[in-house]
Structure formats: structure tokens, C-alpha cells
Design a protein around this ligand. Structure first.
Ligand SMILES: [Zn+2]
Length: 419
């Protein structure tokens, strides 16, 4: 496929996913009609179906039916830990073993080390076509933020305009046991700026309903959004997600709440799991599924093939209209040996582990709907009038996507980004 001009005036024969098109968009047996995208001043000025002869002026690019997505969101990553695995010794399998291993590596987390690793991750994300990235940052001292918190705040300012970087304080639930300390932590996080969120690790090994209540109240008091690690385990007794859904309604929480992992749904009796999802839909909560790390960490025992896969109930969540995103999670650290901050890797894992039908037309919104992280999500996504931040999968097609998605051209504000 020929390369695009420096800033194309149009992209012809783009295959857009069904979720991004108006309901009256023409279709045939192969799916939605191909699209003509007209671009000017870094924006998509018009999207129209190609049904006959196309008349356009200027210099354009014919992508010959290649799948095209808007810029992507990677809703759940850990830039403070990324790339530490190659320098570490053997790590015990499973989630709790990985947590211990990271604590042992913290002695190396100087300003220069954190900056180099986090920036490498941002560069890879940017090259992949990500425009919005959210990272969790381990925060263990109640009286002061970790160095990584400051490094990420610096990078968020430096990368503005390339990758919108948000940072979530990932704090053990135990640090919220005291109501006043919980409030002080939330104030410290809020002081960082509007790109900061409060988070926590909610797991049956540290379950504390009061602490969780304090955490949510503290966020409400300073108007912070929440992003929590929830039920990342196969213990059917894990009750984090169900509890949070009820709590938010109880206290009339007004911010946006994101819950990641929710693996325990896969281990619980069907009726119970579905009732929890009904409550999540009413809350409302955005769910983030992290299929790569869940496949690696759930039911992980050395020398034994895993039987249980720990994928949250993504189809049942969709059926209930719950906003759902797939994201990268850990990259080359004790939680996950592989990874490259390319959201397509998470999509490939989800497609197989979740047996997803028509991934491009139906599920690719789970890589693109950054508005699902915001307080006021869009009623409907559209390209018309949006920034021309686009990802063109030049070697793939809408049927086989996400296969052959490595070769791609990323456009930012209408200009191809040449890494
Ligand atoms: Zn995580």
C-alpha cells in the first residue's frame, strides 16, 4: 500500500468499525460501506460512505479497505514497574508473588531509572497509536507520595499534546483504615492536578469494608475520580465489585469510577455474577479487562498447566450496556514477562480468551472509547469534527483484525507519525 502524503486532504476507502458509524450507514454482505474521510487543519471534517464515484480535491491516500480506528486509549498500565523484569532474579508465580518481587526492586527506583523506563513506555504507546494512557503508581507511604508519582507528573506535562497521561495512586486498602488519614491521602492526590485519581487494591487477602468506605468517601469529599484494582483472583468469595456497586449508589457518588480486573466474576456462581453486573450497570461503573496479565497470573502454579482463565464476564457486561475497555496492564515486570504497551496485544488476547465475535466491528471500541473514563461519556462516538488522530492497519482487514495489525500508519492531527 502506498504511503500517505505528508498531510493527506482525504483518506479514501477506509473501513471503519460499525460502532463508529451512524445507524443509517449503508452496508452490504461484507459489512459497512467503505468510507471517505475528509481532513483539514488536523481534523476530520466529514465522513461519508463510498457508494459510487467519489469526487474529492487535493492530495489524498487510498487505503484500499484497510481497517481504520480513532486514536487509542490504554486505560490501565503500570509505568512505574515497566521493564524491571530483565534485571531481576527468579520470581514466584502468581499475583502475590509478583507483588513481593516488585517491593524488592524498589531500591533501584531512582529518578533517572523511573524516568527512563516510563518514557520508554510512553514512546512505545505513542508509536502504537495511543493518544490517552492511564498509569497506576504504587503508593505505600501514607505521609508522602513516592518518587514515581512526581516523575509521572513531570512526564504528563512534557507529553501533553502527544499522549494524555493520567496517574492513579495505587494504595493498599489498609492505609484507608483511619478516616482522617484517608481524607489526607485523597487531598494529597487531588493536589497533583486534574489528571490524578485515587485508587486502591481491593482483594480478599486485604478485605476491609470500612477502609473501602473511607476511600470512596474521601474521593467524594475532594471531587476525585476513582480507579480501583478489584477482585483480581479466582476466589468466589471475593466481594469487592458487588460491594463497590452498592456503596456508590448508597452515597450518591458523583465522580467516574473505573474497576479493573474483576476476575472473581468468572469463579462465582452464574446468578451471583450476573446480579453483580446488574448492580454495576446501575452504579454506573466502567470496567477494564486486562486479559494478558489475567491469563498469566490466574491459576498460576509452577509446572502445572492452568485450568481456570480468570477473564471477567465481558459479553455479559456488554449485554448490560456497561462501558468496557481492554488494556495492557503490566509490561515486562514480575506480573507479566511480555508486553509492549500496544493495545492490540490486549485485543488479541481478549479475542481468543473471550471468544469474541466480529472483533473489529463490535469490540474495537474497547480500545478507543477514552470518553468512558470521563464523567460525561459521549452518547455516541463519531469521527466527524474530531481530531484526525487515526490508526490505519495497512496489512490487516476487517475480517481477520486483530491479526496482522503490527504494520500500521498512525496519524496525529492529520499528519503521519514516522517513528
Ligand atoms: Zn494493574
Amino acid at each position: 500500500m502506498p504511503q500517505p502524503p505528508a498531510a493527506p486532504d482525504f483518506i479514501a476507502n477506509a473501513r471503519l468499525p460499525r460502532w463508529l458509524l451512524p445507524t443509517d450507514w449503508p452496508t452490504d454482505h461484507a459489512g459497512p460501506a467503505l468510507a471517505l474521510l475528509e481532513l483539514a487543519q488536523g481534523r476530520v471534517t466529514r465522513t461519508s460512505p463510498i457508494t459510487g464515484t467519489v469526487r474529492v480535491t487535493g492530495q489524498g491516500w487510498d487505503v484500499q479497505g484497510a481497517p481504520v480506528l480513532p486514536g487509542m486509549v490504554d486505560a490501565h498500565t503500570h509505568l512505574d514497574k515497566a521493564f524491571i523484569l530483565p534485571r531481576m532474579g527468579a520470581v514466584k508465580p502468581g499475583l502475590l508473588g509478583a507483588i513481593d518481587a516488585v517491593i524488592g526492586d524498589r531500591a533501584h527506583w531512582t529518578h533517572a531509572d523511573l524516568r527512563e523506563r516510563a518514557e520508554r513506555g510512553l514512546q512505545w504507546a505513542w508509536e502504537a497509536g495511543t493518544t490517552h494512557l492511564r498509569t497506576h503508581i504504587d503508593w505505600w507511604d501514607p505521609s508522602a507520595p513516592p518518587l514515581a508519582w512526581e516523575v509521572i507528573a513531570e512526564l504528563a506535562a512534557e507529553w501533553r499534546g502527544r499522549v494524555r497521561l493520567e496517574q492513579v495512586a495505587l494504595i493498599k486498602l489498609g492505609l484507608f483504615q483511619d478516616r482522617d488519614e484517608a481524607q489526607a491521602l485523597a487531598r494529597r492526590v487531588a493536589a497533583t492536578g486534574p489528571h490524578a485519581l485515587l485508587g486502591g487494591f481491593v482483594h480478599s487477602s486485604n478485605w476491609d469494608a470500612n477502609a473501602l468506605r473511607h476511600l470512596v468517601h474521601a474521593a467524594q469529599a475532594v471531587d476525585l475520580d476513582l480507579d480501583l484494582h478489584v477482585d483480581e483472583e479466582l476466589n468466589p468469595g471475593a466481594q469487592g465489585l458487588a460491594f463497590i456497586a452498592l456503596l456508590l449508589r448508597d452515597i450518591g457518588f458523583t465522580g467516574r469510577v473505573v474497576c479493573g480486573h474483576n476476575c472473581a466474576l468468572a469463579a462465582q456462581p452464574e446468578d451471583q455474577a450476573l446480579a453483580t453486573l446488574d448492580a454495576v450497570a446501575r452504579a454506573p461503573i466502567t470496567l477494564v479487562s486486562l486479559p494478558i496479565t489475567n491469563l498469566l497470573l490466574q491459576d498460576a502454579v509452577t509446572g502445572r498447566t492452568p485450568r481456570l482463565r480468570g477473564l471477567m464476564l465481558v459479553k455479559e457486561a456488554r449485554e448490560r450496556g456497561i462501558p468496557l475497555l481492554f488494556a495492557s496492564d503490566n509490561v515486562q515486570d514480575p506480573f507479566c514477562r511480555v508486553g509492549s504497551l500496544d493495545p492490540l496485544e490486549a485485543m488479541q488476547a481478549a479475542t481468543l480468551a473471550g471468544q469474541l465475535d466480529t472483533p473489529f466491528d463490535t469490540w474495537s471500541d474497547a480500545l478507543c472509547r477514552a470518553d468512558w473514563l470521563q464523567r460525561q461519556p459521549l452518547a455516541r462516538a463519531t469521527l466527524d469534527g474530531a481530531n484526525a488522530d487515526l490508526v490505519v492497519f495497512t496489512a490487516s482487514d476487517a475480517h481477520a483484525w486483530p491479526s496482522r495489525t503490527a504494520p500500521r500508519v498512525v496519524l496525529r492531527n492529520g499528519r503521519p507519525l514516522i517513528p
